[in-house]
Ligand binder design. Structure first.
Ligand SMILES: *[C@@H]1O[C@H](CO)[C@@H](O)[C@H](O)[C@H]1NC(C)=O
Ligand SMILES: *[C@@H]1O[C@H](CO)[C@@H](O)[C@H](O)[C@H]1NC(C)=O
Ligand SMILES: *[C@@H]1O[C@H](CO)[C@@H](O)[C@H](O)[C@H]1NC(C)=O
Ligand SMILES: *[C@@H]1O[C@H](CO)[C@@H](O)[C@H](O)[C@H]1NC(C)=O
Ligand SMILES: *[C@@H]1O[C@H](CO)[C@@H](O)[C@H](O)[C@H]1NC(C)=O
Ligand SMILES: *[C@@H]1O[C@H](CO)[C@@H](O)[C@H](O)[C@H]1NC(C)=O
Ligand SMILES: *[C@@H]1O[C@H](CO)[C@@H](O)[C@H](O)[C@H]1NC(C)=O
Ligand SMILES: *[C@@H]1O[C@H](CO)[C@@H](O)[C@H](O)[C@H]1NC(C)=O
Ligand SMILES: *[C@@H]1O[C@H](CO)[C@@H](O)[C@H](O)[C@H]1NC(C)=O
Ligand SMILES: *[C@@H]1O[C@H](CO)[C@@H](O)[C@H](O)[C@H]1NC(C)=O
Length: 878
């Protein structure tokens, strides 16, 4: 029990000892001798304080030495050099400290004719965003100290010198001293020192470190009505003010024993708030018949007392509340006291309200990082936004009364920037305007720029950026929410076609919850197996190889004359088919097969429109859209040239009349690819392109059975002379069997009309039956499917030639999806993005199944992944 009892006490004592040692060895002190050459330091002979150069705390200013005349007359080495700021309105020190700790911050100023001008300047001193004080020097030899006791909420402070037009600001020394957190506490604001007196001092020397562990400077003061009392004994310190013994061993007392010690403080005007700190210690050993009882009044009112100072022990009496205006303190003895009053030391501070908050720390960090990355000089010092009149050049901020300022605009145009676009910009989340034009920036345009929610102007002109402009930025630009300028970047791809390269990398399988690498391995294994197996079975093989041919063609796209067309088609030698807008011929362009669609003149609405639209189509690129090679606009001969799709259209390939049987997996892949093409038209193009004529004959297959959408965008400009395909109006609005029923009522085509048509295509893919059946006669495929669905018999819906060789869950899901697409009301149909996602899942399931099958067949080389792809895919109750 005893041990437990004494343990806390032991702790307390050792803690006090640690503190004492800490403060004695200047730990936490920051002592900057301004103007000292970089990386140099010294220990001051008088104070023992260790001073270092200020060079690493400020980027600006020049080092100067005071005139030798003045150096002779002072002993303090820190005053021998100054840092002078001939350039810039505001120059700032940036000093790391511990947020939430109380610091005494002191600037020292002695002109000493350092510039040989003999003109003593006046200037202002700021602490962060707020005015701290004005520095007014009378004589070249004047030494001015500006002290403030401050608690920073940030882990740094800016101390700034501001040129007010009365000469060049300079500073001699800048010091920070950590204080105890229980002393000099205010209700609000920070405490700027007005006076700190060592009353009753017997010398005319100031007292500071090492006598004062906090390095407060105590000025000796005497008055003709006062006399001194002192002791040779130490004054013990039992409070946190830790007053220096040398200050406390001397006390002032009035010469006339029964009069008072009076102190008047003029602190400014009536609104100035002051805090008083009075320090007492009895320095005389009183006799039994002696007493010293003190009463204190403030402005004539009783303030504190009566009390007797303790012998050789400090007592600090301070105003807990502030008082305002001129102050008159009177310290007097009570009637019963046999001895006059005493006062050992006295401090007065005025409150400085630091009302202007500084820019948020995250933004400051970001902009400081940008500053150092690009080595920006400008006037980028101190707080970026505050105070407003000194905010950084090229920055605009929002100031909402009490809120912290936010950076809303950053203009670094023509600033000689090199390297990549700084990632730190992503943390300037309130940015509305970003101008990085006319620099030497390289590398890609980072994605985060499209994530900045408020960005309305982005200027990247005249740089050397590479890569491509993201779809998001182009979309924001196209819909008017972003003013985007990217011109004169010679190696930057600025069109939508750049998206193509990106897309080619995407494997058409979602890596949802499973590791991406596993998926890749799976696919690789799947491809090998599928190809192997298909070869054995004599079925169609599928490959994931990216088809480079269309890219080769695209690079040569241009306008063709009618003579070119004749040469390409060898005088229209071979007809491939007859489409909605004319006849399609086979041809060769530079050895590559192409399809040339010659438009029947009667179908073209207007030549100008044709031209505009053809140019638009040239800019639309996707691996699941037939590549547009060029056009011919030669008199009345209008033609469009596309890549040639060897395997023709989906309608004939999937039909049960075709001898080849497309496997379930190939069907899913074709469906997914076609869906991706449509999804791109809807979401990847601005304005969105509505196909208006989605049908299985408009989905073409290349030699790898890769599906591509054809004839997109055409219905907008062309009428048709295909009697079979038109009714309702002279303009093409679709093909019977595929036409959105809601169109009849609203007369309004939307993306959802394409979704409806795609749903019909999906049903064709599943069933291998046409949109309008021959048996039962002229029945619509959707009616037929839903009648069988009512019996929940999926096997009768799917092409019977597949002989149940498919994952039943994925079949259910595709049919569900198709039925959702052909819903009567447009709003209940899914979007193409949803369709793409669902089809990807179905394809995953099927790939997993075929892999399993192959695994059971050839156990030799297949790794076991143990992935359950079928989770969440079940036939739904209907
Ligand atoms: C100061 O020291 C730093 C790091 O040690 C060095 O990079 C810098 O060049 C030095 N500056 C001078 C003026 O010596
Ligand atoms: C201030 O602290 C930061 C890290 O918080 C550091 O990168 C920087 O160098 C420090 N500055 C000085 C002058 O010590
Ligand atoms: C300081 O005190 C010394 C003696 O203690 C005296 O000679 C000197 O004149 C004083 N200086 C001032 C400026 O009062
Ligand atoms: C102070 O004492 C003197 C005599 O010692 C006396 O004349 C005077 O009235 C006293 N003043 C006060 C304010 O008590
Ligand atoms: C008092 O002085 C402060 C500056 O010290 C000033 O802002 C304020 O307006 C003054 N108030 C009056 C009433 O003069
Ligand atoms: C106090 O006592 C001392 C002797 O101890 C005596 O000399 C002195 O006169 C007394 N003073 C008063 C005010 O009674
Ligand atoms: C102290 O001063 C106040 C007001 O000046 C007075 O009311 C009070 O009586 C004094 N106390 C003593 C013990 O003299
Ligand atoms: C953005 O700020 C956060 C939080 O301060 C930081 O963790 C992140 O590294 C910053 N991002 C960049 C790119 O600097
Ligand atoms: C880019 O750098 C080159 C050479 O370094 C320089 O000639 C050119 O002026 C710079 N351009 C800009 C806009 O800063
Ligand atoms: C632009 O960058 C490329 C390398 O990416 C370089 O070859 C070229 O000289 C740069 N152009 C300019 C004007 O700096």
């Amino acid at each position: 029990m005893g041990m437990v009892k004494y343990f806390p006490l032991a702790l307390l004592i050792s803690f006090a000892l640690v503190c004492l040692v800490r403060a004695q060895d200047q730990s936490g002190f920051i002592s900057l001798d301004s103007g000292l050459p970089a990386n140099t330091s010294y220990t001051d002979q008088i104070t023992g304080l260790y001073y270092i150069s200020d060079a690493s705390f400020i980027n600006t200013g020049i080092s100067k030495s005071i005139s030798p005349d003045f150096r002779k007359s002072i002993f303090q080495e820190p005053l021998w050099t100054v840092r002078s700021f001939p350039d810039g309105l505001r120059n700032c020190y940036y000093i790391n400290l511990t947020a939430g700790n109380r610091y005494l911050i002191r600037g020292t100023f002695m002109y000493g004719n350092y510039d040989g001008q003999g003109q003593v300047p006046d200037f202002d001193l700021y602490l962060g965003a707020n005015m701290w004080d004005s520095v007014k020097l009378g004589q070249p030899s004047d030494i001015i100290y500006k002290e403030i006791i401050h608690v920073s909420s940030l882990n740094y402070i800016h101390v700034c010198l501001v040129n007010t037009g009365s000469g060049t600001p300079f500073i001699s020394a800048l010091e920070l001293r950590p204080l105890g957190n229980d002393i000099y506490v205010t209700q609000s604001g920070s405490l700027a020192l007005l006076t700190r007196w060592d009353t009753g001092a017997t010398t005319n020397q100031t007292i500071r470190y090492k006598d004062d562990v906090y390095d407060r400077i105590w000025w000796p003061i005497s008055y003709y009505r006062w006399t001194e009392l002192n002791t040779n004994l130490d004054i013990k310190q039992f409070n946190d003010y830790r007053l220096p013994s040398s200050v406390m061993t001397t006390a002032a007392t009035p010469i006339i024993a029964n009069s008072s010690l009076d102190i008047s403080v003029t602190a400014g005007n009536d609104t100035t708030q002051c805090y008083f700190y009075m320090h007492f210690a009895e320095v005389e050993k009183l006799q039994a018949n002696q007493s010293r009882v003190i009463n204190i009044s403030l402005n004539g009112n009783q303030w504190y007392g009566p009390f007797s100072p303790e012998y050789l022990s400090s007592t600090t009496i301070y105003s807990k509340n502030f008082s305002t205006g001129d102050q008159h303190v009177s310290i007097y003895k009570t009637e019963s006291s046999t001895l006059p009053p005493i006062l050992n030391a006295f401090e007065v501070y005025k409150v400085i309200e630091l009302r202007q908050s500084e820019t948020g720390q995250e933004e400051v960090t970001a902009i400081m990082d940008i500053k150092s990355l690009y080595s920006i000089t400008k006037n980028w010092q101190g707080d970026p936004c505050a105070p407003k009149e000194y905010s950084w050049e090229g920055l605009n901020c929002s100031y909402n009364d009490s809120n912290t300022p936010r950076i809303i605009s950053l203009n670094l145009s023509s600033s000689g920037l090199t390297g990549e676009i700084a990632p730190y910009i992503s943390n300037l989340t309130m940015l509305k305007i970003l101008d990085l034009s006319n620099n030497n920036l390289t590398g890609p345009i980072p994605d985060f720029l499209s994530q900045l929610p408020f960005l309305t102007v982005l200027n990247l002109e005249r740089n050397n950026l590479t890569g491509s402009v993201s779809v998001e930025l182009i979309q924001r630009s196209n819909n008017g929410s972003l003013l985007l300028s990217v011109g004169e970047n010679p190696n930057l791809c600025t069109s939508l076609s750049c998206e193509k390269k990106k897309n080619n990398i995407i494997i058409p399988v979602v890596a949802s919850a499973v590791g991406g690498l596993f998926i890749l391995l799976l696919i690789a294994a799947a491809i090998i197996l599928i190809i192997k197996r298909r070869k054995q079975q004599g079925l169609v093989t599928v490959s994931f190889e990216v088809n480079n041919r269309s890219e080769q063609l695209e690079s040569k796209k241009h306008q063709f004359t009618y003579a070119d067309i004749l040469r390409i088609t060898n005088n229209f030698e071979r007809v491939l088919g007859k489409g909605g807008f004319g006849i399609v011929y086979h041809g060769y362009l530079d050895g590559t097969q192409v399809a040339v669609k010659m438009l029947s003149p009667s179908s073209v609405q207007g030549y100008k429109e044709f031209h505009t639209e053809a140019n638009l189509l040239m800019r639309v690129h996707h691996r699941n859209l037939t590549a547009f090679v060029g056009n011919c606009d030669d008199g009345t001969n209008l033609g469009l040239i596309y890549e040639y799709m060897v395997n023709g259209d989906l309608a004939s390939q999937v039909s049960d009349q075709n001898a080849y049987i497309l496997s379930w997996e190939v069907r899913l892949r074709i469906a997914l690819e076609a869906a991706q093409g449509l999804e791109y038209l809807h979401n990847g193009c601005k304005p969105p392109i509505i196909h208006r004529d989605v049908k299985s004959t408009n989905i073409l297959l290349n030699e790898n059975y890769q599906a591509k959408i054809a004839d997109f965008g055409l219905s907008k400009i062309f009428a048709t002379d295909d009697a079979n395909a038109t009714h309702l109006s002279t303009r093409v609005v679709g093909t019977p069997g595929y036409l959105d029923p809601e169109y009849y009522t609203t007369n309004w085509l939307t993306e959802k009309s394409d979704v409806y048509s795609f749903g019909i295509v999906l049903l064709e893919i599943v069933t291998s039956r046409p949109a309008i059946l021959k048996r039962p006669e002229n029945a619509h495929i959707s009616r037929w499917v839903s009648s069988i669905l009512a019996k929940a018999d999926i096997k009768r819906i799917v092409d019977p030639r597949l002989q149940a060789n498919f994952n039943i869950n994925s079949a259910w899901k595709v049919v569900d999806l198709a039925m959702a697409c052909v819903s009567e009301t447009a709003t209940t149909r899914p979007t193409m993005s949803q369709v793409v996602m669902d089809l990807k899942q179905c394809l995953e399931v099927e790939i997993a199944r075929t892999m399993e099958n192959d695994e059971t067949k050839s156990k030799d080389s297949i790794p076991e992944f143990g992935l359950n792809f079928t989770t969440g895919l079940r036939p739904t109750a209907r």
